[in-house]
Ligand binder design. Structure first.
Ligand SMILES: *Cc1c(COP(=O)(O)O)cnc(C)c1O
Length: 410
């Protein structure tokens, strides 16, 4: 597939890499290739394609296997992957999955070895936490949770675990945006004799505002359903790495699990990638104005938003590892659950829905929805209470949104 002859910046690469219109009747935009199977130019080419896929032959330079079958690989997944790479600083390879959960489970299954253990920051996305408790632990892996933002506890846990294979960090943590120091975790890992892998779920601030590979992470994981997709109309996931062999291991397992992102969804995701930074910048600007406005409202008790952090350690992590505060905030409304529900009921522009990262503003009550399976101890540790609402700010005009929130608080 075509490539520009000189190096270009990410905004350009995302629109120019990997697609040659001449191979598709001159179509300016890539078509959807819905084929489940691919015709080989010769039996020898078929043999070679299988040898490459099974790792018996290693292609060199631009030489590559012919396409075989869409569960292994297909042009639209390749295009989305080719365009994710320039968006993630320091990346060389990417793999797309049919949801964020599919990406996470494939990382765990691929890299955890028999008898090895996993460390993760708490809270994690609810689905990730369930996955660990309901599937990974019963399979015999030890999983150790460490409170998000606690740099010393995370480093100590890494040192204490001789059979450690993988560290999974989610930063900022949902819904209170507590940040965990990626570089400090990578540094603790670098002193571990087994060299475990560091995976960062970068869904909330990446790829535009936080760059884990540059801070020592090995794998960056996304729910592409959120900012990458950006319009709340597709499910997808992605894993991106600086080491292409890590991605090759993942795509091998993906072919067995059958959880590659399908052609239509890959095409939609690919078409959204050129606007991720535009959308995220606008959404972050909106959110910052709204968070700073609402923080002064007499009925808003506590505002969780990166530009309004007051804890010195959290401010230091924010300043060193993130570029902008992003578009997610959560805040406590005076009056407990009844007041929080009333607020959600009265919203006219923002919609009462879970999920985040879309161009439309969404609001929810974490305690009874996204985090409803937590125990009382977990609620307390994650600072999730009855008064708390979470908002994902979209691209509407911020004054209209602030007026909507202010009306709903009245
Ligand atoms: C939504 C989300 C996931 C799960 O992604 P799906 O696409 O819903 O499977 C994982 N991690 C984070 C941080 C998320 O927000």
């Amino acid at each position: 597939m075509a490539r520009t002859s000189y190096r270009v910046r990410p905004e350009t690469a995302v629109l120019t890499r990997g697609f040659d219109p001449a191979l598709s009747v001159g179509s300016a935009r890539p078509p959807v290739y819905r084929s489940s199977t691919y015709v080989f130019p010769s039996p020898e080419a078929a043999e070679r394609a299988f040898q490459i896929v099974l790792g018996k032959v290693h292609p060199e330079g631009d030489d590559r296997a012919d396409l075989i079958y869409a569960r292994l690989n297909h042009p639209n997944a390749e295009l989305a992957e080719t365009h994710l790479v320039p968006l993630e600083r320091s990346a060389t390879a990417a793999a797309v999955f049919n949801s964020g959960m599919a990406a996470i489970v494939t990382v765990l299954i691929t890299f955890l070895e028999r008898g090895s253990s996993l460390i993760y920051t708490q809270p994690l996305y609810g689905g990730s936490q369930h996955l660990i408790h309901q599937i990974i632990e019963p399979l015999g892996f030890t999983a150790i949770g460490v409170p998000a933002g606690n740099t010393e506890a995370l480093a100590a846990a890494i040192v204490r675990q001789p059979d450690l294979r993988l560290v999974l960090i989610e930063t900022p943590a949902n819904p209170t945006l507590v940040m965990t120091d990626i570089k400090a975790a990578a540094s603790a890992i670098s002193r571990h004799p087994r060299q475990p892998l560091l995976a960062v779920d970068n869904t909330l601030l990446g790829p535009t505002f936080q760059h884990p590979l540059m801070r020592g992470a090995d794998l960056v994981i996304y729910s592409a359903t959120k900012f990458l997709g950006g319009f709340s109309d597709l499910l997808g996931g992605a894993v991106i790495a600086a080491d292409p062999e890590l991605i090759q291991s993942l795509t091998g397992v993906r072919a067995l699990l059958g959880n590659i992102l399908q052609a239509d969804e890959s095409w939609i995701l690919d078409s959204r990638l050129s606007t991720v930074a535009l959308r995220m910048n606008r959404q972050s600007k909106n959110a910052q104005r709204i968070a700073e406005g609402l923080a002064r409202h007499p009925r808003v008790k506590t505002m969780h938003y990166p530009s309004l952090f007051t804890d010195a350690a959290q401010m230091a992590i924010r300043d060193s590892q993130t570029d902008y505060p992003g578009s997610l905030m959560s805040f406590e409304i005076d009056g407990g659950r009844a007041a929080a529900f009333d607020f959600l009921r009265k919203l006219e522009i923002a919609k009462n829905a879970v999920s985040l990262g879309g161009v439309e503003t969404l609001a929810c009550h974490p305690k009874t929805t996204t985090h409803s399976e937590y125990s009382e101890e977990e609620f307390a540790a994650a600072r999730i209470n009855d008064s708390l609402v979470r908002v994902s700010v979209g691209t509407e005009h911020w004054r209209d949104l602030l007026a909507d929130f202010t009306r709903a608080l009245a």
